[in-house]
Design a protein around this ligand. Sequence first.
Ligand code: TTP
Ligand code: MG
Length: 352
Amino acid sequence: MRKIIHIDMDAFFASVEMRDNPSLRNKPIAVGGSSEHRGVLCTANYEARKFGVKSAMPSGLARRLCPNLVLVQPNFKKYSAASKDVFKIFQDYTDLIEPLSLDEGYLDVTASSAHRNSASLMAQEIRLRISKKLELTASAGISCNKLLAKMACDYNKPNGQFTVAPHEVEAFIKRVPIEKLWGIGKVTANRLHQLEIKNCDDLQKYSRQDLIHYMGKFGNNLYDYCRGIDEREVESEWERKSVGNEETFREDVSDLGEMKMITLRLAAELKETLEQYKDRIIKNLHVKIKYFDFKQTTIERQMNFSEQSFMTLLEERWNQDPRPVRLLGVGIKFVETKNDPFQLPLLTELAV
Ligand code: TTP
Ligand code: MG
């Protein structure tokens, strides 16, 4: 059984603007709406939403609904930077992170040891760290698959979280209106409404064959989704840039022979870890030395991966500065093969 957290920042662009300009707080604000963005809003804060102002709304209409609305020009660089900070926090819990947009992503924490593997407590801590460090709020949904985690995330939004435990799935999913189910757009929702299908409980009355007959291929997935079943994996777009292995000693080490033996062991362990990355190409090797006074130095070089290579690097660097050492590390960097997701065009730039 998987443990999935879905996190979505609250009123993301608007929250970043309010954080950086306190005079905007407690006012209804919206981001976007200038002619250069075809006069459409990217988002609005929750104050403005009380008036019906929302994403993708033309600014003229928004002003009519909310005459005091403050319009802020978007600053995508800022949102991208904030997004990076948010995803950096996620990385402390798992490598299996699937970004859905700048402000939203799935985390597969099945194998995370934090909080004794309690995904709910991890989500709580992630949200706390986001609010303390970045002064932004996030909401989270926690469950055993992507479908349920994403729906759960909307339950206590903004600034809240909701968990659907495995024994609660059956009762939870029955009450979900079909238009909230993943993959169901307006057109499909209307078609289903015409058949008097309002929620997943209604949908569950149809056989797999019926649903495939009515909906085509998607009917097959729908049969599972309306039962809360979703086998989709969290597809990480993150690519490891490097792998390392290091050790801090109980007592400082000053003997080169001893350090070489330690390096040999660290390198052998690293080699084992690298078994999982057989499809990647190693760019270079490095050795890190931290001295007793916490001064640190790294030597990095393109060379073949072998335990001997690391010992050579160690010897070379330590001979230049032979002082007591408190930490030794070995590591490699990979040749990058994937794009950094943050370098891709912003989804929002495309949407506006
Ligand atoms: P959302 O997560 O959909 O919205 P939100 O974060 O503003 O509000 P909440 O999650 O609390 O409901 O989108 C994230 C950001 O993406 C949003 O702040 C602005 C941008 N965006 C657009 O530019 N155009 C759009 O049509 C949408 C939906 C979002
Ligand atoms: Mg959001």
